[in-house]
Write a protein that binds this ligand. Structure first.
Ligand code: ADP
Ligand code: ZN
Length: 611
């Protein structure tokens, strides 16, 4: 006996919408299953990596169903981009938020009531407003889509109070299926989402978290601007990139330095005026060579697909953040770099910031666990991708051949004796000093403070001259991440022993550590074979012509160029070299609506090039 929730699905209609409206040939990751589940009108939780294609999971069903799909989205900029993108595909989508004028609002409401809108984007506080709720109650709602659903979870890293009231939707609309979407996968967040949103026996789909086109690399910080400059010069001299820094001050400084070096770099952080931020965001959407130097305030709502690299000049607070930020590179699936630099100071600074916030203990404990995981990712000798995937609960092979650990295996050394020396120094000076003082004692510095305290009389004084300061820093960082030592007092950043220390001190355990990499200034870059932009066609000049055409169409329509066509689509045109609309339909990213809009102009351009 079938249950009442068994619905006959017209698969031809589904693949028709996929190809005709969106211009895609096939589903990606779990899209197919997620969509089938929604079409069966089942509550669904879809977990997909950033750039994985979450939007299609509710946009396609929205077009399949009669009635309205309501999309709850946390950010105005996000709604705005999604809606202009949908309009490019001739889809009736609108958003309702505070940025609209009275007349615009009226007009949208009218069309809603007439059933002329398929997708409505709205913020959580907007939908719970009683006026809008009453309007929706009188309409045929086919589905609720809750984007960035991890915002309901306190455990998550972007908790939003408004999200916790969304379970009210289930009270008012018990028969409307809900799809929740997020890129945050851990089990706790997942459970929170299902429970907080009162999802009814949901189907849960978790897509692979692997982003094979992204090359991960993590290096020690020496001279960050020089390192960054060399990395960009070598790998991405004319590409679009994002550089993340922890503080606003540093953002400004790095943007200035890069500008001086001749790059088109722009700062972005929450301290800038809204106008300025908007202008930078717009430039970022339009320009072909641009670097945005930003705090994490620059993030949500970016869907430019051809960002070729994301560089971190500071350690992110968690693997989730790292993954999400690096995930902004290479959404188009082309080779891209996630390049990070960090040092002991980051670990200390982040821990200190955490210790000194007013947050409750539970929050601090969670945040500390997450930071530790990020630290072990940075310090590990293992394949970075494997660690990332395992962290998200996914199996992975031991090597990926596309991260620094796999491509440039680290040398290791037996650091048992040096670790003992460090631990003894920590112990004998009373477990109250920070790393730089301890290193001075180890290296036998004649610093007045050392002499004053009589630490030059200790047996450990000067026993560590064989290692340089940076080498000692590297040892300390690794021992911290392995928990052989800890930071006891955050204000003074003093180092102390842990229960684990004694087995090393008593020589019961051998310690193998990574060697400090010598002034290695850049990743080897993307190998020739995988080099971005090295597309397999013989018409780079045609590509440039198409790019210019795309830009003028974009300017005319006041939309970013990538909303007209992606680079990939343009390259595909150079490859397929279409002569007529039928050929054009074979090009990646072209469906009926794009063909109708731009097919002729592009065909003309190609035909005049051919002559
Ligand atoms: P996110 O999961 O981060 O919300 P998006 O929904 O913005 O990702 O999709 C990321 C990119 O992938 C977009 O450029 C989108 O057009 C593209 N995309 C989505 N689904 C497919 C598909 N089935 N085939 C090809 N490209 C797709
Ligand atoms: Zn690897």
């Amino acid at each position: 006996m079938g249950t009442s929730s068994q619905h006959e699905i017209d698969q031809n209609k589904v693949s028709g919408i996929l190809k005709e409206t969106f211009g895609f040939d096939e589903f990606r990751f779990e899209q197919k299953n997620v969509i089938q589940s929604i079409l069966q009108q089942q509550d669904t939780l879809a977990i997909m990596p950033t750039g994985g294609g979450k939007s299609l999971c509710y946009q396609l069903p929205a077009l399949y169903f009669d009635g309205l799909t309501v999309v709850i989205s946390p950010l105005i900029s996000l709604m705005h981009d999604q809606v202009s993108n949908l309009k490019q595909h001739n889809i009736d989508a609108e958003f309702l938020n505070s940025s609209l004028g009275m007349a615009q609002k009226r007009d949208i409401e009218e069309r809603l009531i007439q059933g002329k809108i398929k997708l409505l984007y709205i913020a959580p506080e907007g939908i719970l407003n009683s006026y809008i709720m009453n309007m929706l109650k009188n309409m045929k709602i086919s589905c609720f889509a809750i984007d960035e659903a991890h915002c309901v979870s306190q455990w998550g890293h972007e908790f939003r109070k408004d999200y916790t009231r969304l379970n009210e939707l289930k009270e008012y609309f018990p028969n409307v299926p809900t799809i929740a979407l997020t890129a945050t996968a851990d089990k706790k967040t997942r459970e929170d989402i299902c429970q907080q949103l009162s999802l009814n026996n949901p189907n849960i789909y978790i897509s692979t978290f692997d982003r094979p086109n992204i090359r991960y690399a993590i290096y020690e910080r020496k001279n960050e601007i020089r390192q960054l400059d060399q990395f960009i010069k070598l790998n991405h001299p004319t590409d679009v990139g994002i550089v993340y820094c922890l503080s606003r001050k540093k953002v400004e400084k790095v943007a200035e330095d890069l500008t001086e070096l001749g790059y088109a770099a722009h700062a972005y952080h929450a301290g800038l005026s809204p106008q300025r931020r908007m202008a930078v965001q717009e430039k970022f959407n339009k320009d072909d060579h641009i670097i945005i130097v930003a705090t994490i305030a620059f993030g949500m709502g970016i869907d430019r697909p051809d960002v070729r690299y994301v560089a971190h000049l500071d350690l992110p607070k968690s693997i989730e953040s790292y993954y999400q930020e690096t995930g902004r590179a290479g959404r188009d699936g082309e080779p891209s770099n996630a390049w990070m630099m960090y040092g002991l100071q980051d670990v200390v600074k982040l821990n200190q910031m955490l210790e000194l916030t007013d947050a409750d203990d539970q929050y601090k404990r969670n945040a500390k666990i997450k930071l530790d995981a990020m630290l072990s990712l940075s310090e590990s000798l293992q394949c970075r991708r494997k660690i990332l995937l395992n962290y998200f609960g996914q199996e992975a092979p031991d090597t990926c051949d596309n991260c620094d650990a796999c491509l440039e295996p680290q040398e290791t050394w037996d650091a048992t004796i040096e670790s003992q020396k460090l631990m003894s120094t920590i112990y004998r000076t009373g477990q109250i000093f920070g790393s730089s003082y301890l290193i001075q004692v180890l290296r036998g510095s004649a610093n007045a403070k050392i002499l004053e305290r009589g630490h030059d009389k200790l047996s450990v004084y000067g026993i560590g001259k064989d290692l340089s300061g940076p080498q000692w820093n590297s040892v300390i960082r690794q021992l911290l991440s392995l928990k052989y030592i800890c930071i006891k007092n955050w204000e003074y950043r003093s180092l102390a022993l842990t229960p684990q220390s004694s087995s090393v001190l008593k020589s019961k355990e051998k310690l193998t550590l990574r060697k400090l990499k010598e002034q290695k200034v850049s990743s080897k870059g993307i190998s020739k074979k995988k080099k971005a932009k090295n597309f397999d066609h013989k018409h780079p000049d045609l590509f440039e012509k198409l790019r210019v055409l795309r830009r003028s169409i974009a300017d005319e329509n006041k939309i970013p160029p990538f909303m007209v066509f992606s680079d990939k689509t343009l390259h595909d045109m150079c490859l397929i070299y279409p002569r007529n609309p039928d050929d054009m339909m074979m090009v990646h990213g072209i469906g009926a609506s794009k063909l109708e809009k731009y097919g002729d102009v592009f065909l003309n351009e190609i035909s005049s090039y051919r002559q």
